[in-house]
Structures are given as structure tokens and as C-alpha cells.
Design a protein around this ligand. Structure first.
Ligand code: G5P
Ligand code: MG
Length: 219
């Protein structure tokens, strides 16, 4: 029996739009491998690698990491999951990154989460993460069972250094200047699907219904 062709997807949207939250649901419902460029960078920072210390100097200022650095890193990670269907979160986010990715992988679909900037700013100041796993909480949306403690490991939660209000403003500027053109790049290729709203739980059923037409549903 012929196996299904591999599915290549990307989720885009401004900082705090819910890419990580929705990616996790997509991965669970459709069995895709999930790769977040932000998580890969934060793992390098925690591991005190050379790339990690370089990346930190950009991330903490709300700037994008240089194209050549992030592209090399993510293409290397993708090699490790080449045999699976996957969903990228946060890469590519400049046109040169999109062009480099396209030389190796052609995306089937690009999901854009369109969430107003005012909604985002409030979300990020109430985000807490478990640094070891990247698990994400929000004191208003999905709080941990015990304040400040990861549900699964019992370890302390922390706030991301780049979630300070002034850094969030710079991240949003970088998104407008450098990442909006990537949306055009994919719109021109006819693979961009936009999902708008202010609540993930209301956006999610639409994303699920859209992907259900393309992929078998696991749950
Ligand atoms: P990241 O890590 O990719 P961003 O800025 O793109 O960072 P971020 O902040 O991770 O995106 P998200 O994944 O879109 O946001 O959102 P999320 O974490 O799921 O949700 C945000 C919060 O809202 C969470 O607390 C969640 O629980 C809550 N939430 C979700 N839905 C709702 C809701 O409906 N209601 C409420 N109240 N809350 C909700 O990149 C970080 C940095 O790495 C570098 C850059 O410097 C970047 O700034 N980087 C790159 N640089 C160059 N090129 C690349 N390709 C790069 N990738 C990363
Ligand atoms: Mg994220």
C-alpha cells in the first residue's frame, strides 16, 4: 500500500498570537512533529552553546537572530525529522529565510493567526514557562494547578526575558517590518490561510476543521 505523502506546514503570527499553543494542539490532533525556532534557540541558551549566547544578545533586545545563523540551525533540526510530517513554528520569519527553506522543502500550507496587538501585550505579561520542557502557561488562560509550579515536574516556572513590555514592543515592530512580507510571499503562492480572533479556543475549531480536510484526525 502506498504511504501518505509527507505534509509540510508552517504556523505564523505575531509574538503571543498563540502559535505555540495552537501548534501543540495540531501536533496532538494530527500527529505532526512540531519544531519551534524560539524553543530551539532557548534550548541553546540554556545549554550555553555558542549559538545560544549569540542568539541571546538579539532576543533580549527584541531583535531577530541573523538569517544565516537561524537558517543553518533550523535546517539542521529539520534533517533529523525529515521522514515525518511536520509543523514549523516561528521559522521562516524573513523573506531570505523563506527562500532558503523553499530550496529544500516546499510547504503545503501556511496558517496565519491574526490576533490584535492589544490582546497580545496583555497575554505576554501573564505568560509563565517551564524552562526544561518549554511548557507554556498563562495566569489567565491556562494557569498551572499550583501558582509558579510546573504541573508535570513540580519544578519552578519562570517568565521569558523577552516578555518585558518594552521588549514586546520591539518584537512587534520586528514582526511588522520583517515578517509581514513573508505572509505576502506565501499568499502569492496560494498557500496562506488566515484565522482571526482574540481567543485561541474560538480560533482552534476553525484550524482543526481546515486541517481535517487535508490530514487524518487522531483526536
Ligand atoms: P519565539 O519563541 O518564536 P514569538 O515572539 O514569535 O517567539 P511567542 O512569544 O512564543 O512568539 P506564541 O507562540 O505565538 O508566542 O504564543 P503562545 O506562547 O502560544 O501564547 C502566548 C501566551 O498567551 C501564553 O501564555 C498562552 O498560554 C497564552 N494564550 C494563548 N491563547 C490565549 C487566549 O486565547 N487567551 C489568553 N488570555 N491567553 C492565551 O521567538 C523568540 C525570539 O527568538 C528569535 C527572535 O529574537 C524572537 O523574538 N527567533 C528568530 N529570529 C530570527 N529568525 C527566526 N526564524 C526566529 N525564530 C525565533
Ligand atoms: Mg511560541
Amino acid at each position: 500500500m502506498a504511504s501518505r505523502p509527507l505534509f509540510r506546514a508552517l504556523i505564523m503570527g505575531p509574538p503571543g498570537s498563540g502559535k505555540g499553543t495552537v501548534s501543540e494542539r495540531i501536533a496532538k490532533s494530527f500527529g505532526l512533529k512540531q519544531l519551534s525556532s524560539g524553543e530551539v534557540l532557548r534550548a541553546n541558551i540554556r545549554g550555553h552553546t555558542e549559538v545560544g549566547s549569540l542568539a541571546k544578545s538579539f532576543i533580549d533586545k527584541g531583535k531577530l537572530v541573523p538569517d544565516n545563523v537561524i537558517t543553518r540551525l533550523i535546517l539542521q533540526e529539520l534533517k533529523n525529522i525529515d521522514q515525518y510530517s511536520w509543523l514549523l513554528d516561528g521559522f521562516p520569519r524573513t523573506v531570505p529565510q523563506a527562500e532558503e527553506l523553499h530550496k529544500i522543502y516546499q510547504l503545503d500550507t501556511v496558517i496565519k493567526l491574526k490576533v490584535p496587538f492589544e490582546t497580545i501585550k496583555e497575554r505576554l505579561t501573564s505568560r509563565w514557562i517551564h524552562p526544561g520542557s518549554g511548557r507554556v502557561y498563562n495566569t489567565k488562560f491556562n494557569p498551572p494547578a499550583v501558582t509558579g509550579i510546573d504541573d508535570l515536574t513540580g519544578e519552578p516556572l519562570v517568565q521569558r526575558d523577552d516578555d518585558k513590555p518594552e521588549t514586546v514592543t520591539l518584537r512587534l515592530q520586528a514582526y511588522e517590518e520583517l515578517t509581514q512580507p513573508v505572509l505576502e510571499y506565501y499568499r502569492n503562492r496560494g498557500i496562506l490561510e488566515v484565522f482571526s480572533g482574540t481567543e485561541t479556543n474560538k480560533i482552534w475549531p476553525h484550524v482543526h476543521a481546515f486541517l481535517s480536510k487535508k490530514l487524518p484526525v487522531l483526536c
